[in-house]
Design a protein around this ligand. Structure first.
Ligand code: SF4
Length: 322
């Protein structure tokens, strides 16, 4: 019998020593790790298995392992770089863009990415359910799209997701439900039959925006599970973050965009890093980012080139970098 996604999630690495043993790190390498980081270690087995052994210089390791570089203070890096709180309608609903709202479904994720701008987000954890949010969405006929975000919305159970989707689907002016998720990149088994059936019954269009930064994250199993959605007519886009030592070279970005496009997933955004505390070592200069996009332009068709963008705190839309 295949393990359920919940069983797989239970087996995530949350203890640094166990992960260091698994990766066969020596004592010098272990000294580079932060044993009790503010943003806890959380790494699915699938991603750990793809990391190089006995090395700190692996693009997957760098994304998920807390190292002493996180402890450095970088100028202009703060706890809440995006400052979305000003757009809150309720503790779980943000309206930043016209016609769209973002529902913060949960604080939980399948993995903890060290550069995440939401790592200090003030999540509502007391109140269960989305009653006031659903009521607000229902009352505002100018809304046509709900973005399910978090954390990661696929951390919710199928039962909770069905309840939420049914409520949104019953609102006639909601034309589209968009999932923002990185879950399938670490635990593709999350796209199980029960979940596919829930999406299948949805009247509204369903779109997925997944988050993958490096081609090694996309194995056959990950792509196969995403393909199940795509074959149901679900549009799948990818957003990546430009990260030093991970994907700051044109060949890696080329391979990422190629792999995505070859599997019918559109490379949508390449984000400039949000300046969250502890992530200074990931930043790539914008001039280098622009050069990388130019190099991609020479090798890929237009649809396979992500838009290079940054968030500016307080600004309602993303700002293109060109
Ligand atoms: S999965 Fe997304 S929300 Fe969760 S830690 Fe990673 S980047 Fe942040």
């Amino acid at each position: 019998m295949k393990a359920s996604w919940r069983d797989i999630l239970q087996n995530n690495f949350r203890n640094w020593e166990k992960l260091a043993d698994f990766l066969e790190l020596d004592s010098v390498q272990r000294n580079h790790l932060v044993p009790n980081p503010r943003f806890a270690l959380n790494v699915p087995m699938r991603l750990a298995k793809k990391m190089a052994k006995r090395s700190l210089d692996c693009p997957l390791f760098k994304q998920f392992l807390p190292t002493v570089q996180e402890l450095a203070n970088s100028v202009n890096f703060i706890d809440d770089p995006v400052q979305d709180a000003q757009f809150r309608c309720t503790s779980k609903l943000l309206q930043k863009y016209e016609g769209r709202v973002l529902l913060v479904c949960t604080s939980a994720c399948a993995m903890h990415c060290r550069y995440c701008f939401r790592q200090n987000y003030d999540y509502e954890v007391e109140r269960k359910g989305f009653e006031p949010e659903i009521a607000m969405i229902k009352a505002d006929a100018t809304l046509h799209e709900v973005i399910l975000s978090g954390g990661d919305p696929l951390s919710l159970s199928n039962r909770a997701l069905k309840e939420l989707i049914d409520q949104l689907d019953a609102i006639p002016h909601i034309k589209r439900i968009r999932f923002h998720t990185r879950f399938p990149i670490g635990i593709p088994e999350r796209i199980d039959q029960e979940f596919v059936d829930i999406l299948d019954q949805c009247r509204a269009q369903v779109w997925f925006v997944v988050h993958s930064n490096h081609p090694d994250e996309l194995d056959e199993d990950v792509l196969g599970h995403l393909d199940i959605l795509r074959k149901k007519g679900i549009v799948i886009l990818n957003q990546a973050v430009l990260l030093q030592g991970v994907n700051d070279d044109s060949e890696t970005l080329y391979q990422l965009c190629r792999k995505l496009s070859d599997h019918g997933i559109l490379p949508y955004y390449l984000h400039q890093l949000d300046r969250v505390n502890g992530a200074g070592h990931f930043e790539v200069g914008e001039s280098q980012g622009k050069q990388l996009i130019e190099q991609l332009n020479e090798r890929l068709p237009g649809y396979a080139i992500p838009k290079y963008v940054r968030e500016i705190a307080g600004k309602k839309n993303k700002t293109g970098i060109s």
